[in-house]
Design a protein around this ligand. Structure first.
Ligand SMILES: Cc1cc2nc3c(=O)[nH]c(=O)nc-3n(C[C@H](O)[C@H](O)[C@H](O)COP(=O)(O)OP(=O)(O)OC[C@H]3O[C@@H](n4cnc5c(N)ncnc54)[C@H](O)[C@@H]3O)c2cc1C
Ligand code: SF4
Length: 333
Protein backbone atom coordinates (compact mmCIF):
# COMPACT_ATOMS: atom_id res chain seq x y z
CA UNK A 1 0.00 0.00 0.00
CA UNK A 2 1.36 3.43 -0.96
CA UNK A 3 0.08 6.24 1.22
CA UNK A 4 -0.53 9.57 -0.46
CA UNK A 5 -2.52 12.71 0.22
CA UNK A 6 -5.21 14.07 -2.07
CA UNK A 7 -5.96 17.77 -2.43
CA UNK A 8 -7.86 19.85 -4.94
CA UNK A 9 -6.46 23.05 -6.45
CA UNK A 10 -8.86 26.01 -6.38
CA UNK A 11 -7.15 28.03 -9.13
CA UNK A 12 -3.90 28.02 -11.13
CA UNK A 13 -2.06 30.09 -8.48
CA UNK A 14 -3.14 27.63 -5.79
CA UNK A 15 -2.01 24.67 -7.96
CA UNK A 16 1.42 26.30 -8.39
CA UNK A 17 1.64 27.06 -4.64
CA UNK A 18 0.78 23.48 -3.74
CA UNK A 19 3.25 21.84 -6.15
CA UNK A 20 6.04 24.28 -5.17
CA UNK A 21 5.50 23.38 -1.50
CA UNK A 22 5.82 19.62 -2.07
CA UNK A 23 8.37 18.49 -4.68
CA UNK A 24 7.16 14.88 -4.43
CA UNK A 25 3.56 15.85 -5.33
CA UNK A 26 1.99 15.33 -8.77
CA UNK A 27 -0.88 16.98 -10.57
CA UNK A 28 -3.66 14.68 -11.62
CA UNK A 29 -5.94 15.56 -14.55
CA UNK A 30 -7.72 12.64 -16.29
CA UNK A 31 -5.58 10.12 -14.39
CA UNK A 32 -5.39 7.70 -17.35
CA UNK A 33 -1.59 7.48 -17.23
CA UNK A 34 -0.69 8.53 -13.70
CA UNK A 35 -3.01 6.08 -11.93
CA UNK A 36 -1.66 3.17 -14.00
CA UNK A 37 1.89 4.19 -13.08
CA UNK A 38 0.96 4.36 -9.40
CA UNK A 39 -0.69 0.92 -9.55
CA UNK A 40 2.53 -0.47 -11.09
CA UNK A 41 4.59 1.20 -8.32
CA UNK A 42 6.49 3.27 -10.92
CA UNK A 43 5.22 6.64 -9.64
CA UNK A 44 4.99 7.20 -5.88
CA UNK A 45 3.70 10.77 -5.40
CA UNK A 46 3.40 12.00 -1.81
CA UNK A 47 0.29 13.92 -2.83
CA UNK A 48 -2.08 14.12 -5.76
CA UNK A 49 -3.10 17.67 -6.55
CA UNK A 50 -6.36 17.40 -8.47
CA UNK A 51 -6.46 20.09 -11.17
CA UNK A 52 -9.46 18.68 -13.01
CA UNK A 53 -11.83 21.42 -11.78
CA UNK A 54 -9.68 24.37 -12.85
CA UNK A 55 -11.17 26.64 -15.54
CA UNK A 56 -8.77 25.46 -18.25
CA UNK A 57 -11.28 23.65 -20.43
CA UNK A 58 -12.08 26.06 -23.23
CA UNK A 59 -10.90 26.51 -26.82
CA UNK A 60 -10.61 30.23 -27.63
CA UNK A 61 -9.62 32.19 -30.71
CA UNK A 62 -6.49 34.33 -30.36
CA UNK A 63 -5.99 37.86 -31.72
CA UNK A 64 -3.61 36.62 -34.43
CA UNK A 65 -6.08 34.08 -35.85
CA UNK A 66 -4.90 31.01 -33.94
CA UNK A 67 -6.46 29.04 -31.09
CA UNK A 68 -5.70 28.69 -27.39
CA UNK A 69 -6.62 25.26 -26.04
CA UNK A 70 -6.98 24.96 -22.27
CA UNK A 71 -4.85 22.23 -20.66
CA UNK A 72 -7.96 20.45 -19.37
CA UNK A 73 -9.82 20.21 -22.68
CA UNK A 74 -10.47 16.47 -23.05
CA UNK A 75 -8.91 14.80 -26.10
CA UNK A 76 -12.38 13.86 -27.48
CA UNK A 77 -13.76 17.39 -27.15
CA UNK A 78 -10.68 18.77 -28.86
CA UNK A 79 -10.77 16.34 -31.79
CA UNK A 80 -14.47 17.06 -32.44
CA UNK A 81 -14.35 20.81 -31.76
CA UNK A 82 -15.67 22.55 -34.91
CA UNK A 83 -12.72 24.97 -35.12
CA UNK A 84 -10.23 22.10 -34.86
CA UNK A 85 -12.12 19.96 -37.37
CA UNK A 86 -12.28 22.84 -39.89
CA UNK A 87 -8.93 24.55 -39.42
CA UNK A 88 -6.59 21.91 -37.92
CA UNK A 89 -7.93 18.56 -39.20
CA UNK A 90 -4.45 16.98 -38.97
CA UNK A 91 -4.60 17.49 -35.19
CA UNK A 92 -8.08 15.95 -35.02
CA UNK A 93 -6.86 12.91 -37.01
CA UNK A 94 -3.84 12.45 -34.75
CA UNK A 95 -5.92 12.58 -31.56
CA UNK A 96 -8.49 10.14 -32.94
CA UNK A 97 -5.68 7.71 -33.88
CA UNK A 98 -4.81 7.42 -30.18
CA UNK A 99 -6.11 5.21 -27.36
CA UNK A 100 -9.87 4.44 -27.28
CA UNK A 101 -13.01 6.57 -27.15
CA UNK A 102 -13.34 6.06 -23.38
CA UNK A 103 -9.73 7.03 -22.73
CA UNK A 104 -9.97 10.07 -25.00
CA UNK A 105 -13.01 11.22 -23.01
CA UNK A 106 -10.92 11.25 -19.82
CA UNK A 107 -7.49 12.24 -21.19
CA UNK A 108 -6.65 15.95 -21.02
CA UNK A 109 -4.57 18.06 -23.40
CA UNK A 110 -1.94 18.74 -20.69
CA UNK A 111 -1.86 15.09 -19.57
CA UNK A 112 -1.36 13.93 -23.16
CA UNK A 113 1.74 16.15 -23.46
CA UNK A 114 3.11 14.73 -20.22
CA UNK A 115 2.24 11.05 -20.60
CA UNK A 116 5.24 8.82 -20.04
CA UNK A 117 6.91 6.27 -22.29
CA UNK A 118 5.40 2.84 -22.93
CA UNK A 119 8.79 1.06 -22.72
CA UNK A 120 7.94 -2.30 -21.15
CA UNK A 121 10.90 -2.11 -18.75
CA UNK A 122 9.87 1.32 -17.46
CA UNK A 123 6.68 -0.34 -16.18
CA UNK A 124 8.46 -3.44 -14.84
CA UNK A 125 10.00 -2.52 -11.49
CA UNK A 126 11.89 -5.84 -11.38
CA UNK A 127 14.19 -4.67 -14.22
CA UNK A 128 16.84 -1.92 -14.47
CA UNK A 129 15.64 1.29 -16.10
CA UNK A 130 17.51 4.61 -16.11
CA UNK A 131 14.32 6.58 -16.64
CA UNK A 132 12.62 5.05 -13.61
CA UNK A 133 15.76 4.70 -11.49
CA UNK A 134 18.68 6.81 -12.77
CA UNK A 135 21.96 4.90 -12.90
CA UNK A 136 20.38 1.44 -12.83
CA UNK A 137 20.93 0.72 -16.56
CA UNK A 138 18.76 0.33 -19.64
CA UNK A 139 17.15 -3.09 -20.10
CA UNK A 140 15.82 -2.26 -23.57
CA UNK A 141 19.16 -1.81 -25.37
CA UNK A 142 19.94 -5.53 -25.24
CA UNK A 143 16.35 -6.59 -24.58
CA UNK A 144 13.01 -6.30 -26.37
CA UNK A 145 13.18 -3.03 -28.28
CA UNK A 146 10.51 -3.29 -30.99
CA UNK A 147 8.74 -0.10 -29.84
CA UNK A 148 11.93 1.86 -29.29
CA UNK A 149 13.77 4.81 -30.81
CA UNK A 150 15.76 4.90 -34.03
CA UNK A 151 16.59 8.61 -33.80
CA UNK A 152 18.07 10.73 -31.01
CA UNK A 153 18.55 7.82 -28.59
CA UNK A 154 21.41 7.71 -26.08
CA UNK A 155 23.40 5.04 -24.27
CA UNK A 156 21.23 5.74 -21.24
CA UNK A 157 17.79 5.34 -22.84
CA UNK A 158 16.20 4.40 -26.17
CA UNK A 159 12.56 5.04 -25.21
CA UNK A 160 10.03 6.79 -27.45
CA UNK A 161 7.38 9.36 -26.58
CA UNK A 162 4.03 7.66 -27.14
CA UNK A 163 1.72 10.59 -27.92
CA UNK A 164 -0.04 10.95 -31.28
CA UNK A 165 -1.41 14.41 -30.50
CA UNK A 166 2.09 15.81 -29.89
CA UNK A 167 3.32 14.74 -33.34
CA UNK A 168 0.64 16.86 -35.02
CA UNK A 169 1.25 19.73 -32.56
CA UNK A 170 4.97 19.65 -33.44
CA UNK A 171 4.17 19.82 -37.17
CA UNK A 172 1.77 22.71 -36.55
CA UNK A 173 4.35 24.78 -34.60
CA UNK A 174 2.25 24.84 -31.43
CA UNK A 175 3.37 26.52 -28.20
CA UNK A 176 2.87 25.23 -24.66
CA UNK A 177 1.88 27.84 -22.07
CA UNK A 178 3.10 27.11 -18.55
CA UNK A 179 2.89 28.84 -15.18
CA UNK A 180 5.06 28.46 -12.10
CA UNK A 181 6.83 30.27 -9.27
CA UNK A 182 8.96 32.13 -11.86
CA UNK A 183 5.84 33.33 -13.70
CA UNK A 184 4.01 32.41 -16.89
CA UNK A 185 5.89 31.71 -20.13
CA UNK A 186 5.59 29.71 -23.35
CA UNK A 187 7.71 26.85 -24.72
CA UNK A 188 7.71 25.99 -28.43
CA UNK A 189 6.40 22.42 -28.82
CA UNK A 190 9.62 21.13 -30.47
CA UNK A 191 11.52 22.32 -27.35
CA UNK A 192 9.00 20.99 -24.83
CA UNK A 193 10.04 17.31 -24.93
CA UNK A 194 13.70 16.40 -24.48
CA UNK A 195 16.08 13.84 -25.93
CA UNK A 196 17.22 11.32 -23.30
CA UNK A 197 20.99 12.10 -23.33
CA UNK A 198 22.24 11.23 -19.84
CA UNK A 199 19.12 12.43 -18.00
CA UNK A 200 16.34 10.17 -19.33
CA UNK A 201 14.41 10.65 -16.08
CA UNK A 202 13.47 14.11 -17.47
CA UNK A 203 10.94 13.81 -20.30
CA UNK A 204 10.31 17.53 -20.80
CA UNK A 205 11.63 21.00 -20.10
CA UNK A 206 8.68 21.74 -17.81
CA UNK A 207 10.06 22.41 -14.32
CA UNK A 208 8.70 20.08 -11.62
CA UNK A 209 6.95 23.06 -9.95
CA UNK A 210 5.26 24.30 -13.13
CA UNK A 211 1.80 23.61 -14.55
CA UNK A 212 0.75 23.49 -18.20
CA UNK A 213 -2.14 25.93 -18.67
CA UNK A 214 -2.74 25.87 -22.44
CA UNK A 215 -1.53 24.92 -25.90
CA UNK A 216 -1.57 27.62 -28.56
CA UNK A 217 -1.93 26.95 -32.27
CA UNK A 218 -0.80 29.55 -34.82
CA UNK A 219 -3.22 30.66 -37.55
CA UNK A 220 -1.74 28.37 -40.22
CA UNK A 221 -3.58 25.05 -39.97
CA UNK A 222 -2.69 23.25 -43.24
CA UNK A 223 -6.35 22.24 -43.63
CA UNK A 224 -6.09 21.44 -47.37
CA UNK A 225 -3.17 19.04 -47.82
CA UNK A 226 -2.39 17.05 -44.71
CA UNK A 227 -2.47 13.66 -43.12
CA UNK A 228 -1.69 11.82 -39.94
CA UNK A 229 -0.77 8.23 -40.69
CA UNK A 230 -0.09 5.77 -37.88
CA UNK A 231 1.34 2.27 -38.35
CA UNK A 232 0.85 -0.03 -35.38
CA UNK A 233 0.56 -3.69 -34.51
CA UNK A 234 -3.28 -3.56 -34.33
CA UNK A 235 -5.78 -1.41 -36.19
CA UNK A 236 -6.80 0.44 -33.03
CA UNK A 237 -5.94 0.79 -29.37
CA UNK A 238 -2.19 0.44 -29.92
CA UNK A 239 0.73 2.84 -29.77
CA UNK A 240 2.55 3.88 -32.96
CA UNK A 241 5.42 1.87 -34.34
CA UNK A 242 5.90 4.78 -36.71
CA UNK A 243 3.56 7.69 -37.39
CA UNK A 244 3.85 10.76 -39.59
CA UNK A 245 2.15 14.13 -39.56
CA UNK A 246 2.62 15.61 -43.03
CA UNK A 247 1.26 18.90 -44.35
CA UNK A 248 1.84 20.91 -47.50
CA UNK A 249 0.90 24.32 -48.86
CA UNK A 250 1.01 24.18 -52.65
CA UNK A 251 1.01 26.67 -55.51
CA UNK A 252 0.04 24.47 -58.41
CA UNK A 253 2.37 21.53 -57.92
CA UNK A 254 5.10 23.58 -56.24
CA UNK A 255 5.61 23.27 -52.52
CA UNK A 256 5.31 26.67 -50.77
CA UNK A 257 5.54 25.30 -47.24
CA UNK A 258 5.99 21.79 -45.83
CA UNK A 259 5.79 20.21 -42.40
CA UNK A 260 6.90 16.69 -41.51
CA UNK A 261 6.97 15.22 -38.02
CA UNK A 262 7.50 11.58 -37.07
CA UNK A 263 6.12 9.76 -34.03
CA UNK A 264 7.20 6.44 -32.53
CA UNK A 265 10.83 6.96 -33.55
CA UNK A 266 12.33 9.13 -30.82
CA UNK A 267 12.06 10.42 -27.25
CA UNK A 268 10.15 13.40 -28.71
CA UNK A 269 8.19 14.13 -31.89
CA UNK A 270 10.89 14.14 -34.58
CA UNK A 271 10.99 17.20 -36.81
CA UNK A 272 13.87 18.65 -38.84
CA UNK A 273 13.27 22.18 -40.19
CA UNK A 274 16.18 21.81 -42.63
CA UNK A 275 14.32 18.97 -44.39
CA UNK A 276 11.20 21.13 -44.62
CA UNK A 277 13.29 24.03 -45.99
CA UNK A 278 14.71 21.69 -48.65
CA UNK A 279 11.16 20.87 -49.79
CA UNK A 280 10.24 24.54 -50.41
CA UNK A 281 10.13 25.42 -54.11
CA UNK A 282 10.30 21.76 -55.17
CA UNK A 283 7.70 19.97 -57.24
CA UNK A 284 5.32 17.88 -55.11
CA UNK A 285 6.08 14.38 -56.35
CA UNK A 286 7.49 11.00 -55.46
CA UNK A 287 11.19 11.79 -55.99
CA UNK A 288 11.00 14.97 -53.88
CA UNK A 289 9.30 13.12 -51.03
CA UNK A 290 11.73 10.21 -51.21
CA UNK A 291 14.66 12.64 -50.93
CA UNK A 292 13.03 14.36 -47.94
CA UNK A 293 12.41 11.03 -46.19
CA UNK A 294 16.02 9.97 -46.77
CA UNK A 295 17.25 13.22 -45.24
CA UNK A 296 14.90 12.91 -42.25
CA UNK A 297 16.05 9.34 -41.55
CA UNK A 298 19.71 9.96 -42.39
CA UNK A 299 21.02 9.42 -38.86
CA UNK A 300 18.60 6.61 -37.90
CA UNK A 301 20.08 3.66 -36.02
CA UNK A 302 18.16 0.47 -35.32
CA UNK A 303 18.44 -2.12 -32.56
CA UNK A 304 17.81 -5.85 -32.73
CA UNK A 305 14.00 -5.72 -32.94
CA UNK A 306 13.26 -2.27 -34.35
CA UNK A 307 15.57 -1.81 -37.36
CA UNK A 308 12.48 -2.40 -39.55
CA UNK A 309 11.35 1.13 -38.60
CA UNK A 310 14.19 2.63 -40.66
CA UNK A 311 12.65 1.16 -43.80
CA UNK A 312 9.06 1.71 -42.71
CA UNK A 313 9.23 5.44 -41.97
CA UNK A 314 10.30 6.60 -45.47
CA UNK A 315 7.55 4.50 -47.07
CA UNK A 316 4.94 6.88 -45.56
CA UNK A 317 5.09 8.86 -48.81
CA UNK A 318 3.13 12.08 -49.24
CA UNK A 319 0.82 11.80 -52.23
CA UNK A 320 -1.36 14.37 -53.97
CA UNK A 321 -4.37 13.27 -55.97
CA UNK A 322 -4.50 15.42 -59.11
CA UNK A 323 -7.87 17.06 -59.51
CA UNK A 324 -9.36 15.21 -56.57
CA UNK A 325 -9.61 15.42 -52.85
CA UNK A 326 -6.08 16.34 -51.78
CA UNK A 327 -6.15 14.62 -48.43
CA UNK A 328 -5.18 12.26 -46.97
CA UNK A 329 -1.82 13.08 -48.59
CA UNK A 330 0.20 10.09 -47.46
CA UNK A 331 0.21 6.44 -48.44
CA UNK A 332 2.33 3.50 -47.36
CA UNK A 333 4.00 1.56 -50.13
C1 LIG B 1 -4.56 1.61 -22.75
C2 LIG B 1 -4.09 2.96 -23.20
C3 LIG B 1 -3.86 3.18 -24.55
C4 LIG B 1 -3.41 4.45 -24.96
N1 LIG B 1 -3.16 4.65 -26.29
C5 LIG B 1 -2.67 5.87 -26.69
C6 LIG B 1 -2.34 6.13 -28.05
O1 LIG B 1 -2.47 5.25 -28.92
N2 LIG B 1 -1.87 7.35 -28.39
C7 LIG B 1 -1.71 8.35 -27.45
O2 LIG B 1 -1.30 9.45 -27.81
N3 LIG B 1 -2.00 8.13 -26.16
C8 LIG B 1 -2.48 6.94 -25.77
N4 LIG B 1 -2.76 6.71 -24.46
C9 LIG B 1 -2.33 7.70 -23.47
C10 LIG B 1 -3.35 8.72 -23.14
O3 LIG B 1 -3.49 9.59 -24.24
C11 LIG B 1 -2.79 9.47 -21.92
O4 LIG B 1 -2.85 8.56 -20.82
C12 LIG B 1 -3.56 10.72 -21.61
O5 LIG B 1 -3.48 11.64 -22.68
C13 LIG B 1 -3.04 11.37 -20.34
O6 LIG B 1 -3.91 12.43 -19.98
P1 LIG B 1 -4.53 12.49 -18.52
O7 LIG B 1 -5.28 13.78 -18.42
O8 LIG B 1 -5.29 11.26 -18.17
O9 LIG B 1 -3.17 12.58 -17.67
P2 LIG B 1 -2.87 12.11 -16.17
O10 LIG B 1 -2.75 10.64 -16.10
O11 LIG B 1 -3.80 12.79 -15.22
O12 LIG B 1 -1.43 12.79 -16.01
C14 LIG B 1 -0.34 12.36 -16.78
C15 LIG B 1 0.89 13.17 -16.33
O13 LIG B 1 0.74 14.53 -16.67
C16 LIG B 1 0.84 15.38 -15.53
N5 LIG B 1 -0.13 16.47 -15.80
C17 LIG B 1 -1.41 16.33 -16.22
N6 LIG B 1 -1.92 17.55 -16.50
C18 LIG B 1 -0.94 18.45 -16.24
C19 LIG B 1 -0.85 19.87 -16.35
N7 LIG B 1 -1.87 20.61 -16.79
N8 LIG B 1 0.30 20.48 -15.99
C20 LIG B 1 1.37 19.75 -15.54
N9 LIG B 1 1.34 18.40 -15.41
C21 LIG B 1 0.21 17.77 -15.78
C22 LIG B 1 0.49 14.49 -14.36
O14 LIG B 1 1.13 14.95 -13.17
C23 LIG B 1 1.09 13.15 -14.82
O15 LIG B 1 2.47 13.13 -14.56
C24 LIG B 1 -3.23 5.47 -24.00
C25 LIG B 1 -3.50 5.24 -22.64
C26 LIG B 1 -3.92 3.99 -22.23
C27 LIG B 1 -4.19 3.78 -20.77
S1 SF4 C 1 14.65 2.54 -22.93
FE1 SF4 C 1 14.56 4.11 -21.33
S2 SF4 C 1 12.63 3.66 -20.35
FE2 SF4 C 1 13.22 1.79 -21.45
S3 SF4 C 1 14.47 0.54 -20.06
FE3 SF4 C 1 15.87 1.84 -21.17
S4 SF4 C 1 16.09 3.59 -19.78
FE4 SF4 C 1 14.21 2.59 -19.19
Amino acid sequence: MINFQYTRATDVADAVRQIAADPAAKFIAGGTNLIDLMKEDVERPSRLIDISQLPLNTVEETADGGLRIGALVPNSDLAYHPLIAQRYPMLASAILAGASAQLRNMASTGGNLLQRTRCYYFYDTATPCNKREPGSGCSAIAGLNRMHAILGASEACIATHPSDMCVALAALDAKVHVDGPAGAHAIALPDFHRLPENTPQRDTNLEPNEIVTAVELPARGFATNYTYLKIRDRLSYAFALVSVAAALELEGDTIKEARLALGGVAHKPWRDPSVEAALRGQSAGQSTFTRAADLLLHDAKGFEHNAFKIGLAPRHHPRTDPGGDRHPAVTVQ
